[in-house]
Design a protein around this ligand. Structure first.
Ligand code: 13P
Length: 339
């Protein structure tokens, strides 16, 4: 049992259509994003970029939580305010990515297992003191003709559940993220089968390891055609397959499901979320935890120039609002053109 009401924290993050901003890019991953706009990957630039998002007036209406990387959780804004305090000033919950990344899985060519369990109880205690309300751990499942193996799925599911229970013990809501990658030329049906196998294994482990389902958020991929598929399933097909899979695999005790965007364009990710929410009523809040699909336009508007901060904030706020509308099933494509 935890000393905090984890269900209340989880529900607060996704209430009324709110979702999560995934701003937890590791130093290596943010370098890729900065390279795309010609910005040097320094600590100050990382700080300035994250600070501009967290200072966006009114984003707390659409975003209930922000996932941070270790560096950012400890960082101060240019004026000395901690970034955690800035985030809270908009009524947004700070979260922390705690996994150490996907590493090659022994004996399984081309597959990975996510590491980071050693010392995690002690790290959670510190993160709680630094102000984290929730955490994230991402497992990665890759599809080819020959993989994933049951070994890879089960090993990752086991680690996700170990993480989730330690998180709850520390009074921190675990976001459980098993990501089936979009890379490859597989079709929708193959993604659906692998996603179902993965979610089945994950919920079996969560149950076996005594994780309270009322106090987690699930962060899955959508059921979607591979990036290089000859025929890409349309919005309605993606939405229908995803909702069917989640209904089969995710107990209704789970308060919220927040999708990753995984390489979808900004508008695709919004359109899919909206289509799913129009298929309700659903037993859980269905919302977003997007990284790229919330930040791409903002990064391009910013390009590292202080004079562009207002434009970057407007771009970020627009995406946050569009996805908030989508989580309520109230988004229209014409709203994109109007902006
Ligand atoms: P994307 O939405 O860019 O996939 O990132 C979300 C995330 O946090 C992946 O772990």
């Amino acid at each position: 049992m935890s000393d905090r009401d984890l269900n209340a924290i989880a529900r607060g993050i996704v209430e009324n259509g709110k979702g999560v901003l995934a701003a937890d890019e590791s130093t290596g991953t943010i370098k890729k994003r900065f390279d795309s706009i010609g910005v040097e990957n320094t600590q100050d630039n990382r700080r300035d970029y994250r600070e501009l998002m967290f200072r966006t007036a009114g984003h707390g209406k659409h975003v209930g939580g922000v996932i941070l990387y270790d560096e950012t959780l400890r960082q101060k804004a240019a004026d000395g305010t901690t970034l955690v305090d800035l985030i809270r000033s908009e009524n947004v919950a700070p979260g922390i990515k705690v996994d150490m990344g996907a590493k090659p899985l022994a004996g399984a060519e081309g597959e990975t297992v996510t590491e980071g369990l050693d010392g995690l109880r002690e790290r959670f205690a510190e993160y709680r003191q630094l102000g984290a309300d929730f955490a994230k751990w991402r497992a990665v499942i890759k599809i080819t003709n020959d993989i994933p193996s049951a070994y890879c799925i089960d090993t990752n599911a086991h680690a996700l559940a170990r993480y989730a229970k330690l998180s709850q013990e520390a009074g921190i809501v675990p976001i459980v993220e098993p990501e089936v990658l979009m890379d490859g030329d597989h079709d929708l049906a193959r993604c659906q089968q692998v996603t179902e196998d993965t979610l089945d294994a994950v919920f079996n482990e969560l149950y076996a390891q005594r994780v309270e389902l009322e106090g987690i958020l699930l962060k899955p991929n959508m059921v979607i055609s591979g990036q290089d598929a000859a025929h890409r399933a349309d919005v309605q097909a993606v939405a229908a397959a995803t909702v069917a899979t989640l209904k089969r695999c995710v107990p209704s005790a789970v308060p919220g499901i927040v999708f990753l965007s995984g390489g979808q364009t900004e508008v695709e990710a919004t359109a899919h979320l909206d289509a799913m929410n129009r298929m309700g009523p659903l037993p859980w809040a269905l919302s977003f935890s997007y990284g790229r699909a919330l930040q791409q336009s903002a990064l391009k508007a910013w390009v590292g120039q202080p004079g562009n901060v207002a434009a970057a904030q407007a771009a970020y706020l627009h995406r946050a609002r569009m996805n908030w509308l989508a989580a309520r099933g109230e988004w229209e494509a014409a709203m994109e053109d109007a902006a």
